[in-house]
Design a protein. Structure first.
Length: 284
């Protein structure tokens, strides 16, 4: 399934901004995928394929990403959670909520606020406050937002050459196609505004700790941690200490470490361990 064939429903955020809700298909209980800070609804297609034979998968483009509307400023985790609440309500809730990176933090916050709308919660490579030093690993994903490219092949080539996205596959390709915005000049850049992302990072850094949200979680929770660093010499985005603290704070949680994947590949590469963990945890 490509983004051209996946049905997309437009829903309204609380402030009226249009949000794109992608129907990724499958059978069974509705389950909502939430992506990372510089990603989009198609960046978790590998996880969709893990689950499509037993769950009906949907994915939300956060505001300013993918096909959703672009606001004037970046959003905080509570604001993204309010948008996600609109998506869950549109699906008739409750749902399984599956978040990666920023999406995991949004899912955590929403589940703490509205446990009645979540069946089970899956947090992938984030489950609480992220130390500032660990954010160095997402530097290349932020820097690419500043660049315009002559055409789509040039744009795609930068992703094909990115070591943190290797090996190239259909999942990475679907994310890249949805991310690309063709300008009137014919040049191509990301749909994501770098100014909005910088604003989000600043605003979210000023929020209270997510420890309280962790302690309020009242739904069964699976924490998946990618144990490999994105780049040699840098810590993993979700370091082991933070992971263990989250596991301790979330009362009904199961922790599984995925040893051979990093922050990006845990969402974009096939993994039998991830597939098995999700199947065992999420009832159809």
């Amino acid at each position: 399934m490509s983004e051209e064939t996946a049905p997309v429903r437009t829903i309204a955020a609380p402030d009226g901004l249009p949000l794109a809700l992608h129907d990724l298909g499958g059978e069974g209980r509705p389950s909502l995928l939430l992506h990372g800070i510089t990603a989009n609804a198609r960046s978790l297609d590998a996880i969709r394929d893990d689950l499509k034979h037993r769950l009906h998968l949907y994915a939300l483009d956060f505001r300013g990403r993918g096909l959703s509307g672009s606001p004037a400023a970046g959003a905080t985790i509570p604001e993204h959670a309010a948008d996600t609440l609109a998506a869950v309500s549109a699906l008739g809730g409750p749902v399984h909520l599956i978040g990666h990176s920023l999406g995991a933090l949004v899912a955590l916050y929403l589940t703490a606020e509205r446990p009645d709308l979540v069946d089970r919660l899956v947090l992938i490579d984030a489950a609480g406050d992220v130390p500032a030093a660990n954010l160095e690993a997402i530097g290349p994903s932020l820097s690419r937002l500043e660049t315009e490219y002559p055409d789509f092949p040039s744009y795609e080539a930068t992703f094909r050459q990115a070591p943190h996205l290797a090996p190239w596959n259909e999942y990475v390709a679907a994310f890249v196609r949805l991310d690309a915005l063709a300008l009137p000049s014919g040049r191509v850049r990301s749909r994501i505004s770098p100014a909005q992302i910088r604003d989000e990072l600043v605003r979210n850094a000023q929020l209270p700790t997510l420890r309280t949200a962790q302690e309020r979680i009242a739904r069964p929770t699976l924490i998946l941690r990618a144990a490999q660093p994105v780049f040699p010499g840098l810590p993993p985005v979700f370091d082991r200490l933070s992971c263990l603290e989250a596991h301790s704070a979330i009362r009904e949680s199961l922790l599984i470490e995925v040893p051979n994947l990093h922050h990006y590949s845990i969402g974009m590469q096939p993994s039998e361990l991830r597939r098995s963990a999700l199947h065992d945890f999420l009832p159809a």
